[in-house]
Design a protein around this ligand. Structure first.
Ligand SMILES: Nc1ncnc2c1ncn2[C@@H]1O[C@H](COP(=O)(O)OP(=O)(O)OP(=O)(O)O)[C@@H](O)[C@H]1O
Ligand SMILES: [Mg+2]
Length: 241
C-alpha cells in the first residue's frame, strides 16, 4: 500500500476551544491510483493531506508511506522522507519567482544536495509539455504553465505519491482540463499514485475514486462516478452542515 492512514485524528488547540479537524479517518491509497478528496469547506481535506504528507503530525492514529510509519521518524528523517518520497502541488503553485522553470524543477534535488542527472530536468519539463519554457521565470508563464512546472517539480524525485491541494483551484476551465489530463496520464502511463483535494466535481470525476469528508470523518466513497452524481452528493453534504 502506498499510503495508509489508520484512525487519524487531528485536534487543533490554537484557539480558545479545541477544533477536531480530523475525527478518526482510516483510508488506504493503493499504488497507481488517482483519488480525489471532496467535502464542504472546513471538513478537514487540507488537514488530511498535510497529515498524510508528513507536513503536520496528527494528534492520534498512524500514517504510513510506502511501508514507513511517519510517527516513528524524527524531524530529520521525516524531512528526508518528505523530500525524497512525496511530491506536493499547491493551489497557488508556490514557485520561486526569481528562478527559471528549469531551476524550480531542479530545486528539490538541489535541496537534497543532489545534482540533477543530465537531462532529468529537461525530461520532467518535457513530460508536462514545457520543454521550450525551461528558461522562463514564473512571471513569464501562464497560470496553467506555472502549475505544470509545479507538477514537474513534484515529479523530479520520482515520489511514491503526489498530494495535490486544489491544484486547479486558480485555473480557468480549459487550463484546469490540461492539468487534470496531465495528472491522469501520470497515473496511467507511469503508475504514479495521486491524492487530490478538489471542490470541482468535474475534476473529481477524472479520479478513480472520490472520497467525501464531512466534519473530519469519511462520509462516503464513489468509484467510477460521473460529475453529476458527485455534485449531488456534495450538495447534500453542504446542506447538512
Ligand atoms: N493551523 C490550524 N489551527 C487551528 N485550526 C485549524 C488549523 N488548520 C485548520 N484548522 C481548522 O480545522 C478545520 C479543517 O480545516 P481544513 O483546512 O482541513 O479544511 P478544508 O476541508 O481544507 O477546507 P477548505 O475547503 O476551505 O480548504 C477547520 O475548522 C479549520 O478552521
Ligand atoms: Mg483546504
Amino acid at each position: 500500500m502506498t499510503v495508509s492512514l489508520r484512525d487519524v485524528r487531528m485536534i487543533y488547540r490554537t484557539g480558545p476551544r479545541p477544533v477536531p479537524a480530523l475525527d478518526g479517518v482510516s483510508v488506504r491509497f493503493p499504488p497507481a491510483t488517482f483519488s480525489a478528496v471532496m467535502g464542504p469547506s472546513g471538513s478537514g481535506k487540507s488537514t488530511l493531506l498535510h497529515c498524510a504528507a508528513g507536513l503536520e503530525r496528527p494528534t492520534g492514529g498512524t500514517v504510513s508511506i510506502a511501508g514507513t510509519t511517519l510517527g516513528d521518524l524524527g524531524e530529520t528523517a521525516l524531512t528526508r522522507l518528505r523530500r525524497d518520497r512525496i511530491g506536493f502541488i499547491f493551489q497557488a503553485f508556490n514557485l520561486v519567482s526569481s528562478l527559471t522553470a528549469a531551476q524550480n524543477v531542479a530545486l528539490p534535488l538541489r535541496l537534497a544536495g543532489r545534482r540533477p542527472a543530465a537531462g532529468a530536468v529537461t525530461a520532467a519539463l518535457a513530460e508536462v509539455g514545457l520543454a521550450d519554457r525551461a528558461g522562463h521565470r514564473p512571471s513569464e508563464l501562464s497560470g496553467g504553465e506555472q502549475q505544470r512546472v509545479a507538477v514537474a517539480r513534484a515529479l523530479i524525485t520520482r515520489p511514491a505519491v503526489i498530494f495535490a491541494d486544489e491544484p486547479t483551484g486558480a485555473l480557468d476551465n480549459r487550463t484546469s482540463r490540461q492539468v487534470l489530463e496531465l495528472l491522469r496520464a501520470l497515473v496511467d502511463e507511469h503508475g504514479q499514485t495521486i491524492v487530490m483535494v478538489t471542490h470541482d466535481p468535474v475534476a473529481a470525476a477524472v479520479a478513480d475514486r472520490v472520497l467525501m469528508l464531512a466534519d473530519g470523518r469519511l462520509a462516503g466513497e464513489f468509484t467510477e462516478a460521473d460529475a453529476g452524481a458527485i455534485a449531488a452528493r456534495m450538495t447534500a453534504l453542504e446542506s447538512a452542515c
